[in-house]
Design a protein. Structure first.
Length: 310
């Protein structure tokens, strides 16, 4: 492993540490069904609007060039994944599930990110990789069914969390690809700015109409400044330096960190069943990351540098 890859892994870990607080802080903002606070839609779109304002200032201050014509569509996909999809689905879901529970559901995100990255860069995952992906997904669904109560059904919140995971994987992969030819900070800033015509009016329309406790606003401030903005500076730069497939495995620690943060912040309980499923999901992800992922054709040199061996 060279110096760039090591730096990429450390930046990836910093990004993951910031993201690990996202679920607990979102829960702090939206409240519970018994004591609702902010709406999930406002938290998702409001945090994007706040981060977009900061992004506009940053782009002007750094004299960022306009994205090239071929970069606009990947930017739209990045925005759809990490500005709209993941924040919206998680924010709505977090009112109905505890952060500890949600951490298990999104535990397969590293594998999903690696899979999307492999497909995007025209690589061919092995049968072992697919087996681990299926096993990890099955564990997540089994956990959700176990926690859903009587009857065999997935809670709507679990479905939303799975959709959020898919959106994040797409946004991470396309953002990492863009970070090869743009500054990593500019990638998330442009993704936020182009979404402003939707996020700003919708956030204003769904803003809270009643006074809320300070803790809800502190949670909102964190997801706006750190989860939606600063965390991506480190994360996309880490993916660009170390490669999407390699650095995405740093996300293995995110479920555990989210759980540990949720206990003191929200007073949640970490039981052995939840811990066992989290370990099982992380084990499948870890094994899947070690399975070979080969180029799909002889045109491998055209792959993005982030996916090439260093």
């Amino acid at each position: 492993m060279n110096a760039a890859e090591r730096r990429g892994l450390w930046l990836g870990f910093l990004g993951v540490a910031i993201f690990a607080l996202t679920l607990p802080m979102t829960r702090l903002s939206v409240g519970t069904p018994e004591a609702p606070l902010m709406s999930g839609v406002f938290v998702a779109l409001g945090r994007a609007a706040v981060a977009a304002a900061l992004s506009a200032v940053f782009l002007l201050a750094t004299r960022a060039p306009l994205p090239r014509r071929e970069d606009w569509w990947p930017l739209v996909l990045t925005s759809a994944g990490v500005v709209f999809g993941f924040p919206l689905f998680t924010s709505v879901a977090m009112r109905y599930v505890e952060a500890v529970h949600a951490s298990v559901i999104v535990g397969v995100l590293p594998l999903a990110t690696a899979l999307v990255g492999a497909l995007l860069h025209r690589q061919r995952p092995s049968a072992g990789f697919w087996a681990c992906a299926i096993l990890g997904s099955a564990l997540v669904v089994a956990f959700a069914l176990l926690r859903s109560g009587p009857g065999v059904q997935l809670h709507l919140a679990d479905v939303l969390l799975l959709l959020a995971m898919a959106c994040a994987a797409v946004g991470y992969a396309y953002g990492a690809r863009l970070s090869q030819r743009m500054r990593a900070e500019h990638v998330i800033c442009w993704a936020l700015v182009i979404a402003t015509p939707l996020t700003l009016p919708l956030a204003w329309w769904t803003r809270p109409a009643v006074a809320l406790p300070a803790s809800a606003w502190w949670g909102f401030a964190y997801v706006s400044l750190f989860s939606m903005w600063i965390g991506f500076f480190a994360w996309y730069r880490g993916l660009a330096l170390g490669g999407t497939v390699r650095v995405s495995q740093v996300q293995l620690v995110q479920p555990f960190m989210s759980m540990l943060f949720a206990v003191p912040l929200l007073g949640e309980r970490l039981d052995l069943v939840t811990l066992g499923f989290a370990l099982g999901v992380i084990a499948t992800v870890f094994l899947g990351r070690r399975m070979p992922v080969r180029p799909a054709a002889r045109s491998a040199p055209s792959l993005s540098p982030a996916m090439e061996p260093r």
